[in-house]
Design a protein around this ligand. Structure first.
Ligand code: TMP
Length: 215
């Protein structure tokens, strides 16, 4: 496990509001990279398969109530429990394409506006995880995603809350983010995704240094 400069896989993260099409684009990017001979796998957070993930799932489908801080810490813990495996895969030159990551962790909790869960606090509990080489932000208004099928089934799928999440995401943007209009066709979006992702994968394979949250 190394943050130094040796050939490695890239950490590519998709972010955005609920129902913006992230999952479809993650799959298509992984397929494309594999067809080019790049070792790539898709992950998603929350990972609902672990025991922490099952507690998160019960919370999201509103089968359980949790204090906001506890929910926040469980989402973070659900990434921490995957930290070693992530670093192992990256150093073994596997590119990880991840459907949501720490940026969702911060944006969704910060959007709640709970005074003791400030953006700084939310960021602090993610320290120790690798930073994404590229965050592909699927840009779409809360109103447009709400019009999509299946919307409203989970806890956070409410237009007024999603608008606050979008503001929180804006505050997290830096030079590693690529903002892509998520309202186009699946194939148009995929071409834009490929154009930003492929050079990042090549740079990682050539040995670009892996960053840390929140350097
Ligand atoms: P999903 O629909 O992508 O599986 O995400 C489930 C929900 O959990 C979505 O509304 C975003 C939210 N979420 C958080 O609140 N914190 C987190 O750390 C992550 C990864 C997701």
């Amino acid at each position: 496990v190394s943050y130094g400069q040796s050939s490695r896989g890239a950490l590519i993260v998709f972010e955005g509001g609920d129902r913006c099409g992230k999952t479809t684009q993650c799959r298509k990017l992984v397929e494309r990279l594999r067809s080019q001979g790049v070792d790539a796998v898709m992950w998603r957070f929350p990972d609902r398969s672990t025991s922490i993930g099952q507690a998160i799932n019960a919370y999201l489908v509103e089968q359980s109530h949790m204090d906001d801080a506890v929910a926040h810490l469980l989402f973070a813990a659900n990434r921490m429990e995957k930290r070693e495996e992530m670093l192992r895969l990256l150093s073994g030159r596997t590119t990880l394409v991840v459907d949501r990551y720490s940026y969702s962790g911060v944006a969704y909790t910060a959007a709640k506006g709970v005074p003791h869960l400030s953006m700084d606090y939310c960021r602090a509990v993610e320290v120790g995880l690798p930073a994404a080489d590229l965050v592909i932000f699927m840009d779409m208004t809360a109103e447009a995603t709400a019009a999509r099928g299946g919307y409203g089934q989970e806890r956070y799928e409410k237009v007024d809350f999603q608008q606050k999440v979008m503001k929180a995401f804006e505050a997290l943007r830096d030079e590693r983010w690529a903002v892509i209009d998520a309202s186009g066709t699946i194939d148009d979006i995929h071409q834009k995704v490929a154009a930003v992702a492929e050079p990042v994968v090549q740079r990682a394979l050539a040995g670009s240094a892996l960053g840390r949250l929140w350097d």
